[in-house]
Design a protein around this ligand. Structure first.
Ligand SMILES: *[C@@H]1O[C@H](CO)[C@@H](O)[C@H](O)[C@H]1NC(C)=O
Ligand SMILES: *[C@@H]1O[C@H](CO)[C@@H](O)[C@H](O)[C@H]1NC(C)=O
Ligand SMILES: *[C@@H]1O[C@H](CO)[C@@H](O)[C@H](O)[C@H]1NC(C)=O
Ligand SMILES: *[C@@H]1O[C@H](CO)[C@@H](O)[C@H](O)[C@H]1NC(C)=O
Ligand SMILES: *[C@@H]1O[C@H](CO)[C@@H](O)[C@H](O)[C@H]1NC(C)=O
Ligand SMILES: *[C@@H]1O[C@H](CO)[C@@H](O)[C@H](O)[C@H]1NC(C)=O
Ligand SMILES: *[C@@H]1O[C@H](CO)[C@@H](O)[C@H](O)[C@H]1NC(C)=O
Ligand SMILES: *[C@@H]1O[C@H](CO)[C@@H](O)[C@H](O)[C@H]1NC(C)=O
Ligand SMILES: *[C@@H]1O[C@H](CO)[C@@H](O)[C@H](O)[C@H]1NC(C)=O
Length: 285
């Protein structure tokens, strides 16, 4: 009887090894749903910005962890950048509870004048201005030498092809000058006489402007309240919820919490082991 069992032992070992190799292979394969929860669990932190989760993801996280277009990049100086409509913005602050983000054009943070001679255009599919508490300001380049805008900032510019720029309140066309670039800025109050202190305009543009992201936070709050992690389903183009236990993907993870413990992989492994043991005596002569 003993020798009978031992003669089958190598086959049994092979079965066990096969089972183990199957179990080990699963977590490294990104198309399996149980890795979503684990791989999306790292919040984005960089410099002054920390603990940012869905709908944002860091550039190092897989696409299914974040909403398209809300990708944060941490540069070598620990500055957080986001790209939108082909323009790089510096992220100055993020408040996930009210879905607000303060951003400024990166080309304007590195220089007193915009380096990219294009207007600032928001991607309205993703963002809105967070409030009416902002104003447009316009940089005007390449004005005829005779031009004089009394009282306006006359900035010295760097490497954008123009040596200087005027800074005007409001969204303005270039008029007799070569090009104008419109940039949002925090609203500054006019004095009692109704005039803006335009010489301080160049100081406020680097404070950036607030935008509100439009991605619906409701589905996500149900998910996180059930200990899930929000993610993005790239085939349905919708937010989804990743759970640490089966079924791994769901609208919420509540059913999971009440469900049986232990992964289905482990259970099927134990069951197959039991079956292969029960099978041996039946094969005896
Ligand atoms: C972090 O915030 C401080 C104070 O607001 C600021 O001086 C500093 O430049 C910021 N650092 C980065 C990397 O943005
Ligand atoms: C960026 O942040 C990391 C972690 O806080 C720190 O170790 C590193 O020195 C910072 N780098 C710079 C250039 O500030
Ligand atoms: C700023 O300018 C844009 C167009 O360039 C316009 O759509 C927007 O309403 C302006 N905002 C304010 C507060 O004037
Ligand atoms: C403005 O544009 C005109 C025509 O393209 C050009 O001749 C002129 O040099 C430009 N002015 C400046 C200051 O670059
Ligand atoms: C503005 O600055 C430029 C360069 O610094 C200078 O050539 C120009 O005369 C200034 N314009 C006025 C009106 O002060
Ligand atoms: C920016 O917008 C203004 C109108 O608000 C327009 O006159 C100007 O030509 C635009 N500038 C560029 C570089 O497209
Ligand atoms: C305009 O703002 C600048 C910089 O904030 C300040 O030095 C100046 O006194 C202000 N001028 C007026 C008339 O308020
Ligand atoms: C995306 O949704 C489809 C259809 O509902 C589903 O079959 C798939 O498993 C989902 N994938 C992820 C990563 O959520
Ligand atoms: C999802 O988005 C991609 C890229 O924008 C698009 O090609 C695809 O048709 C979309 N799928 C659905 C189901 O909306």
């Amino acid at each position: 009887m003993n020798s009978q069992f031992l003669s089958w032992f190598p086959l049994f070992s092979i079965l066990v090894i096969l089972e183990i190799s199957v179990l080990i292979r699963i977590p490294s394969c990104s198309s399996n749903p149980d890795v979503f929860y684990e791989t999306c669990g790292t919040a984005f932190s960089c410099g002054n910005i920390s603990g940012i989760g869905y709908p944002f993801r860091g550039t190092g996280s897989p696409e299914y962890c974040g909403y398209p277009g809300l990708v944060l990049n941490c540069n070598q100086d620990n500055i957080t950048l986001i790209e939108s409509m082909g323009m790089a913005y510096r992220v100055l602050g993020i408040d996930q509870t009210i879905q607000f983000m303060r951003i400024a054009r990166e080309d304007l943070m590195e220089s007193r004048c915009p380096q990219d001679l294009v207007n600032t255009t928001l991607d309205y599919t993703l963002f809105d201005y967070a409030s009416t508490n902002y104003m447009n300001v316009t940089f005007i380049f390449g004005c005829p030498v005779s031009t004089n805008f009394p009282g306006l900032s006359n900035l010295t510019c760097g490497s954008n092809g123009y040596s200087s720029a005027y800074l005007l309140p409001g969204a303005q066309g270039p008029g007799s000058c070569n090009v104008s670039v419109v940039v949002p800025a925090p609203l500054i109050q006019a004095d009692l006489g109704g005039t803006l202190n335009t010489t301080s305009l160049d100081q406020i543009v680097q404070e950036g402007f607030q935008v509100k992201w439009k991605v619906d936070g409701k589905a996500c709050s149900d998910c996180t309240a059930s200990s899930g992690l929000c993610g993005y389903n790239l085939s349905t183009n919708q937010s989804t919820c990743y759970c640490s236990k089966p079924p791994y993907m769901s609208n919420t993870c509540l059913a999971t919490a009440a469900g049986p413990s232990g992964s289905s992989g482990t259970r099927s492994f134990v069951m197959k082991m039991w079956l292969s043991l029960a099978w041996f005596p039946a094969r005896g002569p």
